[in-house]
Structure formats: structure tokens, C-alpha cells
Design a protein around this ligand. Structure first.
Ligand code: ADP
Ligand code: MG
Ligand code: MG
Length: 200
């Protein structure tokens, strides 16, 4: 398998951690409006755990590093989001291992489908899938990373007008309309940070 370009792996992890730390209070505020107010702290725990393991991860082949990172996220984020972010990375690792010459777009797409299966959810239901699916579509269309980075927040913004159909926010029904989904917001922060790092 392709060896993990370890300096880049470390930079991506640190960029993700910094993006979440900077917006931890904001993410919990979003979750306080339509959930239980812990999304910022959950994500902070997850990214701190990844950052603590960054050197071990950077020493692994990329597919193994993605799988190991997924396991770390499942164990550390907790809540509803942990298994979903974990599934995303575990499935990317699986996809890379199964077909080392596959393009990132194909690997990402099948991982996003696995997240939807895990959450029994679909785009349009006001979740992080409303960020993951359009990113997958952009990658399939070969959108360049710097351009994609600039579009990602717009995907999270689209969840403001949606009615939540999954997770705690769904208990609010129509009252969830008018608030950004916290998982979509964290997903946009992370994916934009990753795009910016990889584009450099
Ligand atoms: P919890 O709701 O357990 O407190 P978090 O606050 O960490 O967990 O995460 C909530 C986020 O998880 C939501 O904003 C949403 O984006 C995502 N989510 C919850 N349930 C699902 C689901 N079934 N499918 C997809 N995403 C979901
Ligand atoms: Mg929550
Ligand atoms: Mg919770």
C-alpha cells in the first residue's frame, strides 16, 4: 500500500483540531438550539484524541491510518455523531485497502453511502449528510480543492431551512427549521480545513 505522506497527515489532523477548537462553543450553541448542547465538546474530545495519536497515525500506511482514526473517533466523540464520523473514516480506509488505485472521489462516495446506511438517513434530513453528499458530488465532478473549499460552508447553510428527520433535532419537528444542523456545521468546518490543507 502507498506509504502515508506523514507530514501531510500531521498537518491535516492539526488543521482539523484547530478548526474544531476555534468553533467549539459555536457548535455547542447550535446543538443547544435543536439538540442537547454537547456537539462542540463531543467533537473537541474527538479531535483532541486524534491529535494525541497523530504521530502513530502518520507512521501507518494511509488505509490503516484512516481505519485507526475512525476507531479513535468512534471511541472519543460518542453521541450520535461518533459512529457516523467513525464509519466515514473506517470505510475510506476499507476502500483504499480494497483498491489502492481507486480515486479519492470513488472511495469517498462509497464511504458516504456507508454513513447514510449507518444513520438510516438520507440527504435532505438536516444532518451531516447534507454536507457529505454535495462534497461527494463535487469530487465526482472533479471540482478542484481550492474551489470546493469555498463552497462547503454553503452546504451547511442549506440545512437552516430543512426540517430535521433524524437524531435529537427530529423531536422538535417543524421547530427545528431556522437553525443550522450542528453536525452539518462541524462537518463543513472539518472538510473545508482538509481541502485547504490538501490544496496547498
Ligand atoms: P447527540 O445527538 O447524541 O448529542 P451530537 O450532538 O454529537 O450527538 O451529534 C448530533 C449530530 O449528529 C446532528 O446534528 C446530525 O448532524 C448528526 N446525526 C444524528 N443522528 C443522525 C442520523 N441518524 N444520521 C445522520 N446524522 C445524524
Ligand atoms: Mg448533541
Ligand atoms: Mg449528546
Amino acid at each position: 500500500p502507498a506509504l502515508n505522506p506523514s507530514a501531510l497527515m500531521g498537518r491535516v489532523i492539526v488543521a482539523c483540531r484547530d478548526a474544531i477548537v476555534a468553533q467549539e462553543a459555536y457548535l455547542s450553541d447550535l446543538d443547544r438550539a435543536i439538540g442537547d448542547g454537547d456537539h462542540g465538546i463531543n467533537m473537541r474530545r474527538g479531535l483532541d484524541a486524534l491529535a494525541a495519536e497523530q504521530h502513530r497515525l502518520a507512521g501507518m500506511p494511509l488505509s490503516e491510518a484512516m481505519s485507526a482514526a475512525g476507531t479513535i473517533l468512534v471511541m472519543s466523540i460518542g453521541g450520535a455523531a461518533g459512529p457516523l464520523y467513525g464509519t466515514l473514516l473506517l470505510e475510506i480506509g476499507k476502500g483504499l485497502a480494497a483498491n489502492p488505485s481507486a480515486g479519492i472521489a470513488e472511495v469517498f462516495q462509497q464511504a458516504v453511502v456507508a454513513v447514510a446506511r449507518r444513520g438510516k438517513s438520507a440527504p435532505g434530513e438536516k444532518t451531516l449528510l447534507d454536507v457529505l453528499y454535495p462534497i461527494s458530488d463535487e469530487l465526482m465532478n472533479n471540482t478542484r480543492l481550492p474551489l470546493l473549499a469555498g463552497k462547503i460552508q454553503g452546504f451547511a447553510d442549506m440545512t437552516i431551512d430543512m426540517k430535521a428527520m433524524r437524531g435529537r433535532a427530529s423531536f422538535l419537528g417543524a421547530r427545528s427549521v431556522g437553525h443550522m444542523d450542528p453536525g452539518a456545521a462541524s462537518c463543513a468546518l472539518l472538510c473545508a480545513a482538509i481541502c485547504r490543507e490538501l490544496a496547498e
